[in-house]
Design a protein around this ligand. Sequence first.
Ligand SMILES: Cc1cc2nc3c(=O)[nH]c(=O)nc-3n(C[C@H](O)[C@H](O)[C@H](O)COP(=O)(O)OP(=O)(O)OC[C@H]3O[C@@H](n4cnc5c(N)ncnc54)[C@H](O)[C@@H]3O)c2cc1C
Length: 409
Amino acid sequence: MKNLLILGAGTAGTMMANQLRSKLKKDQWQITIVDQNKTHYYQPGFLFLPFDIYTEDQVKKVGKKFIPNGVNYVQKKIDRIFPEENKVKLEDETINYDILIIATGSKIAPEEVEGMKGKNWHKNVFDFYTYEGALALRNKLRDWQGGKMVVHLTEMPIKCPVAPLEFAFLADSYFKEKGMRDKVELTYVTPLSGAFTKEKSAETLGYLLEEKKINLEIDFAIESVDNENNKIIDYGGKEVEYDLLVTIPTNMGDDVIERSGMGDDLNFVPTDHHTLQSKDHENVFVIGDATDVPASKAGSVAHFQSETLTDNILLYKDGKPLKEEFDGHANCFIETGDNKALLIDFNYKQEPVEGTFPFSVIGPLKLLKESVFNHWGKLAFRWIYWNMLLKGIPIPFVGRNMSTKGKKL
Ligand SMILES: Cc1cc2nc3c(=O)[nH]c(=O)nc-3n(C[C@H](O)[C@H](O)[C@H](O)COP(=O)(O)OP(=O)(O)OC[C@H]3O[C@@H](n4cnc5c(N)ncnc54)[C@H](O)[C@@H]3O)c2cc1C
C-alpha cells in the first residue's frame, strides 16, 4: 500500500482529497489529510460578515463533512515536514508518505508591522481576513458613529487581492444605507502605485473610488501603527490619521513551512509555475495559497490548479512526464457596492480586459463592467463553493485554462 498525504484541509486540500479518492485505486493508495481545525471556513464570506450581509453560520461548516469516505482525516497540528525522509511530524505522531501535497494556505501576520497588533487590535485596528477579525469588526460597525475610516493594504501578495477594494466599496454602500455616509471620511491606502496591481483594472477601480468619494493614498510603505495618536506612518514619514483602521496585514505561508526549511522569505514554497511540483523535491506538490507562483491567491485559482494537479499526480505515480499546463488562470468577482459587481478573468500572461463571460456576446456575465448580474454571480459563488467546488465537481463552461472567448483583446 502506498501513502498519499495532504497537508491542510482548506479549499485546495479538500478539493484534492475529493478528486484523487475517485481516481486512485483504494487497494493501492491510502490517502490521509491533516488539518488543525475542526471548522472549514468559507473565507470569501469574511468580506460580507462585517456588513451583516452574511451570518456566522453561512461562512463555516464542519470540515470533515467535505472529506470523502475512504480518506483518513486527522485533526492535528502539523509540526514539521522532513522532505529528505518522506515523513511529516504531527503533534504526537509521524506519518510517512510516497507523495506529499502541501495545501497549508496563507495567513495574516500583523506582528510584522510595529504596533499593528498592539493594544488597539480588534478595538479600533481590525482585520477582516480571519473569522475572529471579521466578527469583531461587525460588532464595532454596528454601533460606530462615524469618523475617519482607513482601509489599508500592507504589502503584496495577499489572498484575494481585490478584497480590500471590495471592502472599501461595500463600506461606502453600508454607510449610505445607514444614512451616515456624510459622517464617514473613507480613505484607501495602498503600497501600490494605483488602486490595483493590473494596469487596466487599476484604471476602472480607481475611477470607482473617485465616483464613491473614497480618497486614494498610493505608494504608502507602512513602517508602523501609532496606537497613541491613531495614525499609520510610512518609511518616508507620510502619516494617515484614522478613527477606525481596517488593515490587510502581511500575508505569509504557515510557520510549518519555515520550520521545515522549505519556504521563501514569506514562507511560500518554491513551486513550478505550470506543473505545481515543488522545485526542490520531486515527490512533493504544492497547491493554493501555499505556493510562490505569481497567480492570485484565490479559491478559484486553487480550483483550476486542482484539475491540473490531479492529472499530474496520476502521471507522476506512473512515472510519466508531467503536464506543464497551469496558466495562472484566475477568475474573481469584485463587489462594487449598491448590489453590483465586476468580473475579471485573467492568467499569467493576459491581464483583465473588458468583454463577456463565459460566452462571446451573450455573456451573461460582464468583464470589467459593473452589473447586478455579476453581483448575483458573487453571491452564488457561496453555494457553488460548498456544493461543487469543494467536492471537486467541475463548474460548467469554466475551463481550467483561461479562454479568450468573449474577451476584447
Ligand atoms: C476576505 C477574503 C475574501 C476572499 N474572497 C475570495 C473570492 O471572492 N474568490 C476567491 O476565489 N477567493 C477568495 N479568497 C481567497 C480564498 O479563500 C483562498 O485563496 C483559498 O481559501 C485558498 O485555499 P488553500 O487551501 O490554499 O488555503 P486555506 O483554505 O486557507 O486552507 C489552508 C488549511 O491549512 C491548514 N493548516 C495550515 N497550517 C497548518 C498546520 N501547521 N497544521 C495543521 N493545519 C494547518 C489550515 O488550518 C487551513 O484549513 C478570499 C479570502 C479572504 C481572506
